[in-house]
Design a protein around this ligand. Sequence first.
Ligand code: NAD
Ligand code: 89V
Length: 340
Amino acid sequence: MQNLKAGVIGCGYFAQNHLAAWQAIEDVTLAAVCDQQADRAEEAGAKFGAGKVYTDAAEMLANEPLDFVDVVTTPPSHRPLVELVAQHGRHVICQKPLAPSMEDAKAMVDACKSAGVTFMVHENFRWQGIIRHAKQIVDDGKIGEPFFAQVSFRTGYDVYPNQPYLATDERLVLYDMGVHVFDLVRFFMGEVNSLYAQTHRIHPDIRGEDAATALLRHDHGTSVANMNYVSAVEHDEFIQIPVRIEGNRGSLEIRRDYQLSVVSDKQMTHHHVPPGQYPWGSPLGGAVIESVVNVQRHWVDCLRNGTEPDTSGADNLKTLELVFGSYKSVAGDTIYHTEA
Ligand code: NAD
Ligand code: 89V
């Protein structure tokens, strides 16, 4: 395939990482950017050298011969924008959380399938370098058959100044962070059969839950997923994700400062897997930038090879079901059983 023409809709906080990564990825040209806030669109266009600048997505799609569009807006606009891009026959990426409901998410997947376009969710936590390294160790059988996983994202980092909508959304940490944590649970342990979840609202002046824990059952094991935006700890690992996987031949553990320890057949090895360094900064730290570049390179590879992205829209439905299933579990204080 020739050089790919990219369009980006949404030029806000996190889009700065997407835009910088598109600029860095070979054989991709940032043909157009769009934001309904003209100042943001103009600033992004100038900063990242976009060919054209728009404030209306429909106008951009009508005028630009794009190969794909990267939607980096917040969830309320995900469905109309993805459906619009699919109607124009363009491949499309959409940021997480995919949609405010399973009905919306399924409609988006169906729209892209009907249009014959490739559809990926920009679920990038599984693309952090240390996560890929740990997954390879598991896939190589070094710890045997995994039977237990714990994925934790507990931080006191003040997420609200950069993402003010998080303070007012009715659903917070399961919706915003659960999509990452549950995707990692599936990545390491496979599909989930049932779960039981509990939540709390610790912060007095936010609307949604800011602490959640879920116990998840797989065919061959158990996972514990926990997440919060309130932990007051000595070493805040914000955006690093402590992971522990135990198997019948050993275990691995990802700890702060990108340390990975492995026990395989009683032999201990230590690995230090820091993120690659990129010229543009982000308050989120290197692991995020690395994961954004990696997932966007994966996308380009999929378009070139005609393959389905790892976190395709269809795949992400299984992750999103765990988020909404957790809310159902909390509401009824019951076990949620996933759809077959
Ligand atoms: P933001 O509000 O800072 O930016 C969104 C931008 O989209 C705004 O500038 C807004 O004007 C624009 N927009 C909204 N609807 C539009 C439309 N119909 N047409 C054109 N422009 C439109 O939001 P953000 O914090 O950058 O978050 C964007 C998405 O990224 C969210 O879904 C969030 O969950 C996700 N996010 C992901 C990560 C990650 O992948 N690790 C990190 C942070 C945020
Ligand atoms: O990474 C994310 O999805 C953001 C967070 C608050 C965790 O940075 O929403």
